[in-house]
Write a protein that binds this ligand. Structure first.
Ligand code: DX5
Ligand code: ZN
Length: 226
């Protein structure tokens, strides 16, 4: 269990894009802490989502944190655009290029919180030497590209190891992929404090269900004693 504050971050990748503004307002009212914004380029991952213009258009609908997950390579040419579009934190993938520390410096130069994501097959050692450059570590529990995938069990052990690696450093530990109220307790016990959830919150796109679902994940994450 971590002492870092629990944050529930709905992924707007699972929104009904024909009603995107309404979805953002509903999630805000339903108690979302962060908005997790998935940016996909059809190259680093086998899907395309949307870009900074769309993000900028929803930025004005809420004052909550925009947690931007860039699944794009090369990523450096786009960092400034997402910073200007209203990102609060920008997370890049360790696998997206040869100069990860340079990307992190570029995020910091924009005055944003810097995160690194690692795919399921990427060892934790990929981030061992840049821990002093990050505010957030995102452990992917699916192969990125699509919502609605099943949580990869090995991610749980990797998260435990990531938590130990972080130690007392002021780094948030985030999980993304297949997260629900069913595994949030175990994830919190392993050290997670930021819970990204797409399908588990937005599945069915019925705004009347969002608050209950956010509470369910928060409760599961908060009541764990392990
Ligand atoms: C996938 C994205 C995730 C996705 C999670 O590449 O990074 O944020 O939206 O969706 P669920 O919660 O449905 O697995
Ligand atoms: Zn994501």
């Amino acid at each position: 269990m971590t002492t870092r504050p629990i944050r529930i971050a709905p992924s707007i990748l699972s929104a009904d894009f024909s009603r995107l503004g309404e979805e953002v307002r509903a999630l805000d009212a339903a108690g979302a802490d962060y908005f997790h914004v998935d940016i996909m380029d059809g190259h680093f991952v086998p899907n395309i989502s949307f870009g900074p213009m769309v993000m900028q258009s929803i930025r004005k609908l809420t004052t909550k944190v925009f947690d931007v997950h860039l699944m794009i390579a090369p990523v450096d040419p786009y960092i400034a655009a997402f910073a200007k579009a209203g990102a609060d934190s920008i997370t890049v993938h360790a696998e997206a290029g040869p100069h990860l520390q340079r990307s992190l410096q570029a995020i910091k130069a924009e005055g944003k919180r810097a995160g690194v994501a690692i795919n399921p097959a990427t060892p934790l050692s990929a981030v061992e030497h840049i821990l002093d450059d990050i505010d957030l570590l995102l452990v992917m529990s699916i192969n990125p590209g699509f919502g609605g995938q099943t949580f990869i069990p090995h991610a749980m052990e990797k998260i435990r190891q990531a938590n130990a690696l972080i130690g007392s450093r002021p780094i948030d530990l985030e999980v993304d992929g297949g997260v629900s109220a069913d595994n949030a307790g175990a994830l919190a016990a392993a050290g997670i404090n930021i819970f990204v959830a797409g399908t588990a919150i937005l599945g069915g796109n019925d705004v009347s269900t969002y608050a209950t679902r956010i509470v369910a994940i928060r409760t599961a994450a908060s009541t764990v004693t392990a």
